[in-house]
Design a protein around this ligand. Structure first.
Ligand code: HEC
Length: 90
């Protein structure tokens, strides 16, 4: 009974942390980069929340946000994250 409660609580907390949906391909390089670079200022938005075109728009917007805070955003990193988001876009 105790174990059951712990498992249910664990699942509940995991669901809260991710907004209810797990990240696609969590072991991929793209996902790891996305989780590193895109959680500094806010929690990660689910890739399926936006279309590929919308992601292009947001990536440029986020690059500007990072420039404002003097944060590095390498071209390679931006393109890897773009490829990852496009693959799992809405
Ligand atoms: C330097 C801080 C910073 C980093 C790093 C950052 N963001 Fe943001 N992000 C913001 C701010 C500030 C807003 C709100 C902007 C607004 O509403 O005008 C925002 C809003 C967003 C939004 C729109 C709101 C929403 O929830 O749909 C998306 C999507 C987003 N960010 C995605 C990303 C992605 C993808 C990355 C990684 C490439 C990223 N962000 C990294 C600061 C950041």
């Amino acid at each position: 009974m105790k174990l059951y409660f712990a498992v249910v609580l664990g699942l509940f907390l995991a669901a809260c942390a991710t907004g209810g949906a797990a990240i696609p391909e969590p072991e991929s390089a793209g996902a790891k980069l996305f989780l590193t670079k895109c959680t500094v200022c806010h929690s990660w938005p689910h890739p399926a929340r936006h279309s590929a075109g919308e992601w292009d728009h947001y990536l440029d917007l986020m690059e500007t946000e990072m420039e404002k805070r003097k944060m590095a955003f390498a071209k390679n990193d931006k393109e890897s994250i773009r490829a990852y988001l496009h693959k799992h876009a809405r």
